[in-house]
Design a protein around this ligand. Structure first.
Ligand code: FAD
Length: 533
């Protein structure tokens, strides 16, 4: 579909822009920073101009069939935009101007009419990177940094934690709405028109309402129950209401990481819940720094030795079974169905599904990561793809994150609440058999009317055999992969928290052909606060 096919023109046109009265000022081009508080671009524009014009451009590349987001994520974005419009109106200005078309064309018309353009700098995927480069080169758009990441440094990871810590402690970006006029141009475009034109209709359920107001409410509610956070993280049943649920609000910039940190720091006494939550805000910055350091995370194995790993085994039927939640591993199936229907999963279940996909089904990692990208409401290219590569073991660090899906049922869902909610055909089976229904005695299967192979599939692969085979294959090249971490370029790409030195020390210790050091990740969970790599 093109802009024309969707029935929406590229708007506003030059005439509408020229007809704005008064001298041109500065356009604030909003993208993934849908707030007016603690926003470096808004603050910079208000500081330099007497007049600002906040703009969001609906890009057909995001909304038509080329866009990878599900309709629920687009609806969440639309909520965020309506809320941003309200934020501007609340400070007595015109609201947000909605545009439609190729952002470079739209912004070019403003530049031709004498406007400057500023935007917040943020690492993006390939498409966004190209768009931003064109905007900078052709139109002189200024990208203002202020997200706590290290830019333009030869070794971004040197002193990185200190840098993030002082950014978190610094005052938020501020501006005085009384010192600047907030202008707008009538375009006839708004989220409703876009939803109609592109037929945006979500079929997902339990999707939260987008926008700053809803995000702030969630933050307030979460801080009241933060003491229960550590005990709620791992189980998919408890996590749904037990973790903050802030990820989509951070993803679309309704709230800044810094203001979330400040709120928790000021309102919550020190304790385990607070420190675990704060460490996750660091992880958010850590994984985002990775994408800034190397954009290839989105489509190439970070360690060249693993490029193409599993490609020779690509089996579309296995991939389809994983996507549909029909692998015969109940915890994976419940998680994959829950992802498709609600657009959210807790960390452990995301890691489990990625691990089973790559280590057990032995399928190419990017197809799996793209599927997550399509369905997650919080999908953040920076976190999703870097997490996928880390979970799959494509960095070349020692230690595989292998999750056993049967153990996860026993540990995280012993009563079968999550499994039977999402895989209702297993509901009649006693909970004791939900970790491995294929092992339930035939008499039990007959009695409750759940016959494995009919109502529910046998495991699509033999878990133990597949795990041994994967360890064998992965281990055969792991020494070579570790050795590559000793090379400057691969070390830079990996962007480990310990910097290039950490990568070199892995190369020195493990950099020779040998077997992978595989452990069951079921008990170990994930990277610690002091170990961002
Ligand atoms: C394969 C895989 C893909 C993932 N994809 C995404 C993604 O696209 N977007 C995303 O925001 N998170 C992603 N995560 C990280 C994590 O699962 C989610 O941030 C978390 O589940 C969101 O729920 P919450 O906001 O309630 O988390 P909370 O536990 O309340 O954490 C608060 C915030 O900290 C950050 N955070 C928490 N855990 C992590 C982590 N492990 N890595 C980086 N940041 C973290 C997020 O911004 C989150 O909103 C992924 C994890 C895996 C294993």
């Amino acid at each position: 579909m093109t802009a024309g096919d969707a029935g929406l023109p590229s708007s506003p046109d030059s005439e509408a822009i020229r007809s704005l009265s008064g001298a041109p000022g500065t356009v604030v081009w909003h993208r993934a920073d849908l707030r007016i508080a603690d926003n470096p671009a808004v603050a910079a524009a208000a500081d330099e101009a007497d007049r600002i014009l906040p703009l969001f451009v609906f890009d057909p590349g995001f909304h038509d069939e080329r866009g990878a987001a599900c309709d629920a994520r687009i609806e969440f974005l639309h909520d965020c935009l309506r809320d941003l419009d309200r934020q501007y109106r609340d400070v007595d200005g015109a609201g947000l101007t909605y545009a439609h078309g190729d952002p470079i064309d739209v912004l070019g018309r403003f530049v031709d009419a004498g406007w400057d353009v500023v935007a917040s700098a943020s690492p993006t995927g390939r498409y966004g990177r190209r768009r931003d480069e064109r905007a900078r080169e052709r139109l002189g758009v200024r990208f203002v940094a202020g997200d706590g990441l290290v830019r333009d440094a030869d070794r971004p990871r040197e002193g990185w934690s200190d840098h993030v810590e002082s950014w978190l402690a610094a005052d938020p970006f501020d501006w005085d709405p009384r010192s600047v006029a907030v202008d707008g141009v009538e375009t006839g475009i708004d989220p409703e028109a876009v939803a109609d034109a592109y037929d945006v209709k979500s079929t997902k359920t339990r999707v939260p309402t987008g926008g700053r107001e809803a995000g702030r409410e969630r933050l307030r509610a979460f801080t009241e129950r933060i003491a229960e956070y550590p005990g709620s993280i791992s189980s998919p049943v408890d996590a749904r209401d037990g973790t903050s649920g802030l990820s989509p609000y951070l993803r679309f910039g309704c709230l800044s990481v810094r203001e979330v940190h400040r709120h928790v720091d000021e309102k919550v006494p020190d304790g385990r819940g607070k420190s675990m939550f704060v460490s996750r805000l660091y992880w958010n910055r850590h994984y985002t720094q990775k994408l800034l350091d190397w954009p290839g995370w989105l489509d190439r194995a970070v360690n060249p030795v693993y490029e193409g790993f599993n490609h020779d085994r690509h089996d579309p039927d296995l991939v389809a079974a994983w996507k549909r939640g029909e692998t015969g591993f109940p915890m994976v199936d419940a998680s994959m169905r829950c992802l498709r229907e609600t657009g959210w999963l807790n960390f452990r279940m995301r890691a489990l599904c990625a691990s089973v996909y790559f280590h057990i089904l032995q399928q190419p990692w990017k197809i799996g990561a793209d599927h997550f990208y399509e369905h997650l409401i919080d999908d953040d290219a920076a976190i999703n793809y870097t997490q996928w590569q880390s979970q799959c073991g494509l960095v070349g660090r020692p230690g595989l994150r292998l999750y056993d899906p049967r153990k996860q049922v026993r540990d995280q869902d012993p009563d079968g609440e999550f499994v039977t909610r999402w895989v209702p055909e297993l509901d009649p089976l006693p909970a004791a058999h939900l970790d491995a229904p294929e092992k339930a005695p035939l008499a039990v299967q007959r009695e409750v009317g759940v016959r494995v192979g009919e109502e529910y599939p046998y495991p699509v692969v033999d878990y133990e055999a597949a795990r041994s085979e994967f360890r064998e294959r992965y281990g055969a090249v792991h020494g070579a992969a570790a050795a590559r971490l000793g090379e400057e370029e691969t070390a830079r790409r990996a962007s480990l928290s310990g910097g290039i030195e950490a990568a070199r020390s892995i190369a020195a210790e493990r950099g020779e052909p040998g077997r992978a050091d595989a452990t069951d990740a079921g008990g170990t969970s994930q990277t610690g606060l002091d170990d961002f790599g």
